[in-house]
Design a protein around this ligand. Structure first.
Ligand code: CP
Length: 317
């Protein structure tokens, strides 16, 4: 592996999951793999889990991790190819990225979408500019359209928790929210579920919240949440803004919020969410406080997901 931008960078999903679980069982087994190597973790947007889990993962492999909150502490970056920089941007990615490439061995980046231009966001302009100009392996810590470290941790969690000799039914359900959120987590989860192929995968959302078909192709898609939840083994709860009417909130229908009452129609489903979650808006507090919630377990697995990915990249250096 020489970059980690999406599931397409993974040659064998099941063996990468096993690698992550091996690290979970023995976190320091490769504690010298990253000796004298440095990862730069660039955040253009806020984070808790991704930042901490990636730092811990790097340290478990003997790497030094340097975090740079570009969005708060750095010069405002310009990404436009022929931009005349007479506005608020101070430094072009064409200078910044190769400098990062000289300071670090791996570059990890978080860069959210603007939710203003679908064309620009779905071109992944920002992360692609870093890939083009840094000259070192790039790891996505959430880009404009995908969050692969999250989805990988989600898959690890499903495979770890589900012990039956059949395919689990996994449901991705839209949830209400007051802010327009990116489609990244939902896109990425759908992409990983479909690429893995080990689940009966269902996506449910109100009309107008259809995700980009390149990620959901292969899933069953329904606007009937109750029908989707029936006999579910896992429910992945997430809000996203509209892809069609790009970046807009089309519904705030609270009847879509998952509650313990709704869980009764499932197969005692385990409930997942990438976090942070707004209680009693996006997901019922009764569910989060119940034994069905595995959200903190899932967040714990972010370390092993990041460690397996960094290990794969380090082994090819
Ligand atoms: N799930 C996730 O990426 O969390 P953070 O935004 O806190 O990193």
């Amino acid at each position: 592996m020489n970059q980690f931008i999406s599931v397409k960078d993974v040659s064998n999903i099941d063996s990468l999951v096993q690698k992550a679980l091996d690290y979970k069982a023995n976190p320091f087994k490769d504690k010298t793999l990253g000796t004298n190597k440095r990862i730069g973790c660039l955040f253009l947007n806020p984070s808790m889990r991704t930042r901490l889990s990636t730092q811990i993962a790097a340290q478990n492999l003997g790497m030094e991790a340097i975090v740079f909150n570009v969005g708060q502490e750095g010069w405002a970056l310009e990404f436009g190819e022929d931009a005349i920089m007479n506005g608020n941007t101070v430094e072009h990615v064409k200078e910044a990225a190769p400098i990062m490439g000289k300071y670090f061995d791996i570059l990890a980046i978080r860069t959210f979408p603007s939710l203003k231009s679908r064309e620009e966001d779905y071109s992944e302009l920002y992360i692609n500019q870093f890939i083009k100009y840094a000259g070192i392996p790039v790891v996505s810590m959430e880009s404009a359209t995908l969050h692969p470290l999250q989805s990988f941790a989600d898959l690890i969690t499903i495979k770890e928790v589900f012990k039956e000799a059949r395919k689990p039914k996994v449901v991705l359900t839209w949830a209400p929210h007051v802010k327009p959120l990116p489609q990244c987590v939902a896109n990425s989860f759908a992409q990983w579920m479909n690429a893995w192929g080990g689940a009966d995968f269902v996506v449910t959302h109100p009309e107008g919240y259809e995700l980009d078909g390149q990620f959901t192709k292969g899933a069953t898609i329904t606007h009937n949440q109750d029908e989707a939840l029936k006999d579910a083994d896992f429910i992945y709860v997430k809000n996203w803004s509209s892809y069609q009417d790009y970046g807009k909130i089309l519904s705030n229908d609270q009847s879509w919020m998952l509650t313990n009452e709704k869980l009764k129609q499932t197969n005692n489903a385990k409930v997942m969410h990438c976090l942070p979650v707004r209680r009693n808006l996006e997901l019922g507090g009764d569910v989060l406080d119940s034994a069905n919630s595995i959200v903190t377990h899932e967040a714990g697995n972010r370390v092993w997901a990041a460690q397996a990915v960094l290990s794969e990249i380090l082994s090819k250096m």
